[in-house]
Design a protein around this ligand. Structure first.
Ligand SMILES: [Zn+2]
Length: 82
């Protein structure tokens, strides 16, 4: 059973790597984090497809917010641009 799970989760985010990246806070409530990816409306997709804009849903107030670039806060170290 364990080996089956291992095969399934080939992309794993290790907990030890988490503290380096901090999810952006929701600008609406300032409490929730933008952790759920939300679908962009077709109009946005069609017009802003060339911009690195993503849409996220707040985990607290469930409002949708557009994020330009990375959803993670910049943490002064610029070594995470793979
Ligand atoms: Zn919120």
């Amino acid at each position: 059973m364990v080996s089956a799970i291992k095969n399934k989760e080939s992309i794993v985010t290790y907990p030890t790597m988490e503290p380096k990246k901090q999810l952006k806070k929701c600008p609406h409530c300032n409490k929730g984090l933008l952790r759920n990816r939300a679908k962009r409306p077709l109009l946005v997709k069609a017009t802003l497809f060339w911009l690195p804009i993503k849409r996220y849903e707040c985990s607290f107030c469930y409002k949708k917010t557009y994020v330009y670039g990375s959803v993670f806060e910049d943490s002064n170290n610029a070594d995470n641009n793979s």
